[in-house]
Design a binder for this molecule. Structure first.
Ligand code: HEC
Ligand code: HEC
Length: 269
């Protein structure tokens, strides 16, 4: 009896803790940012398997892309059979060259019928290493083809260390001090939303969001993206991506306020 009371008490404390955490932080799902276990002696097939994990995890790719789905919403190219499609995309470019190009310079070439908005995956906050990108390429080669890449393969790109901005601040460091525009680019809002022009990317343009939404509505749109969907745009995408980036855990209340004020100032002129 005594011990069941103790357990009961423990359960209450745990539940109270989780509902407290649940109220302060809307979403707790995130992917560990550690690097994948890759070694030089992996065969292309082994590398492709590791690449599949990166695509589903640290790479955040599946927040936007489907693999082999017919109803992929038409906003993001489906990656099913990409190994075959890759050789037909840009005249004179081999499939391997195209895959590397589409990962390292995603906005240099926009797939016909799609909008720009793929983030730089070798920069923070996604920050895949060059080896991890090779694993991703091996995986993409396996979608409709046979992987040939190993860690020794030269895919034509090397990430410049100087190009890597510091990682976003941890939420615990209060006042780590990103301003509104800083939050907007650090958490990749800018890869899905334009702010200087009315043209939509993956999400609606925010150039006039301050004239369309109140601060409270902007706050809700950021904290609970799927509660109210902007008409004609897909749900799930923003939430999945921000979760995968750890946005909801890392952003501080001050940064959030700066972000909302910055967006409220966007009046479309
Ligand atoms: C925020 C959404 C988003 C994320 C995250 C994302 N992509 Fe993309 N991706 C896009 C969009 C939009 C396009 C089409 C525009 C373009 O060509 O750049 C695209 C294009 C591509 C293409 C070219 C497809 C084709 O049919 O030619 C490949 C390959 C690709 N992405 C792979 C990836 C991989 C691998 C990851 C993860 C490491 C990833 N993407 C993460 C949005 C995203
Ligand atoms: C992977 C793409 C993606 C990312 C990253 C993203 N969003 Fe979104 N966002 C969307 C989509 C799609 C919608 C439309 C569906 C909806 O309303 O949730 C949207 C909707 C919104 C809206 C409502 C706009 C309106 O006109 O009603 C706001 C505000 C917004 N996002 C702000 C942000 C901010 C701030 C960030 C960064 C912290 C961000 N988004 C990151 C895709 C994205």
């Amino acid at each position: 009896m005594k011990s069941s009371l103790k357990i009961f008490g423990f359960v209450i404390v745990v539940l109270a803790f989780y509902s407290y955490v649940g109220n302060t932080v809307p979403q707790k799902i995130t992917y560990p940012p550690e690097s994948a276990d890759l070694s030089a002696d992996m065969t292309p097939d082994e590398l492709a398997i590791a690449g599949a994990d990166i695509v589903a995890g640290k790479g955040t790719c599946l927040g936007c892309h489907t693999v082999g789905s017919r109803d992929s919403g038409l906003r993001f190219p489906d990656l099913g059979g990409i190994a075959t499609k890759a050789s037909t995309r840009i005249a004179g470019m081999s499939a391997l060259e195209y895959l590397a190009h589409s990962l390292y310079e995603p906005n240099e070439f926009i797939v016909d019928g799609f909008l720009a908005g793929m983030p730089a995956i070798n920069r923070p906050p996604i920050g895949l290493t060059d080896d991890e990108i090779k694993a991703v390429i091996a995986y993409l080669q396996s979608l409709g083809g046979t992987p040939s890449v190993t860690l020794a393969t030269d895919v034509g790109y090397v990430t410049e260390v100087s190009a890597i901005a510091p990682a976003p601040s941890g939420g615990a460091t209060l006042g780590a001090g990103l301003d509104g525009p800083g939050v907007f680019t650090t958490y990749l809002c800018n890869t899905c939303h334009s702010i200087d022009s009315p043209d939509p990317l993956v999400g609606p343009s925010l150039f006039d969001v301050g004239s369309r939404l109140s601060k409270a509505e902007i706050y809700e749109a950021v904290m609970e993206p799927d509660a109210t969907l902007a008409e004609g745009f897909p749900g799930g995408v923003m939430l999945t991506t921000l979760n995968a980036l750890g946005f909801y855990q890392k952003v501080s209340p001050e940064e959030l306020r700066a972000l909302v004020n910055y967006l409220a100032d966007q009046q479309g002129n």
